[in-house]
Design a protein. Structure first.
Lengths: 155, 155
DNA sequence: TACAAAATCATCCTAAAGTATGAGTGATAA
DNA sequence: TTATCACTCATACTTTAGGATGATTTTGTA
């Protein structure tokens, strides 16, 4: 037994009722203005205005709004990423200094430049990077960068 | 001397003309149906239908549609990024093969591994990467990766 | 077809990166 | 206080990356 969705036809019903009401109104007008000479013009004019308004109202009511899809950059650092960052940092056992080196690596700096930036010797940077590679289980700096980004260790 | 933008008022003018035409039509109807008994009801009915249609048309034509703005997190690849990709690719003059090498570099592969992956010699990969660095104006592969990501050349 | 890019490969050389190992220092926790 | 760990640095060595140059082949286009 199909259930009729009355709500769906609410506008149509409303429209019908309005039409009926208007007819009564017109009939009433007919009685009042039938003796006046220009009754017809007024009559038609009123009808025209009324139904134009009705048409506009109907259109506004029934038009499905356009959907504007806007693509927004994913938030720079959502909570999940931060949680994962902490987790992976703990799990891998990467130290602060190693993380420093990793970050500068990802910016494209050479070991020499990293050493200067951190005020340590080139050898120290090499030591850090070696241990970093062990902890990340990689062989090269490019791999380290790729994996670190994947693990949300760096942005 | 201000120039009136007639196009802007095209709809209004059209509406006026339509009204005028309808009045003529109505006058004509008056002559034809004045003898008929139920002429008034037909008359009004026609007017109602016509003006409802006009109202709907007006609303559709003149009113800027409501926009529902939907925000979607940019997961895959929004248009802007793709446009930038094409633009930067053109500007830098990076060739297909160089782009292949760049992508594999960003995945952390060594030149040797890239050579195997692309079925070319190590020397070829070196040539490609050298030209790539020139075109990206960088010195090292880590810089190339960083810059390429910044320019949306690679994800 | 002829010409310009693109793609391929090679050699020689230098610079940078990465591995292995050892060692000193300072902070901290058992 | 001793053991551990992070940080620092060094030497020696190997591997990989990168620069310069030249040459050949493919390929797309005027």
């Amino acid at each position: 037994m199909p259930v009729i969705n009355w709500l769906k036809y609410r506008s149509v019903i409303g429209y019908g009722l309005l039409l009926a009401a208007l007819l009564f109104f017109l009939k009433w007008l007919e009685w009042r203005f039938v003796i006046v000479n220009y009754s017809l013009e007024i009559y038609v004019g009123l009808t025209a205005i009324l139904y134009t308004a009705l048409g506009i109202w109907l259109a506004l009511k029934l038009i499905t709004p356009k959907t504007n899809t806007v693509y927004v950059e994913a938030e720079s650092y959502p909570i999940e990423a931060f949680v994962q960052y902490e987790f992976e940092l703990q799990k891998s056992g990467i130290s602060n200094r190693e993380l420093d080196v990793l970050q500068l690596m990802a910016q494209g700096l050479s070991n020499q430049q990293i050493a200067e930036r951190l005020f340590v010797s080139l050898n120290t940077v090499k030591t850090h990077s070696s241990k970093l590679f062990e902890k990340l289980q990689v062989q090269r700096r490019t791999q380290a960068i790729e994996k670190a980004k994947r693990l949300n260790l760096i942005p």
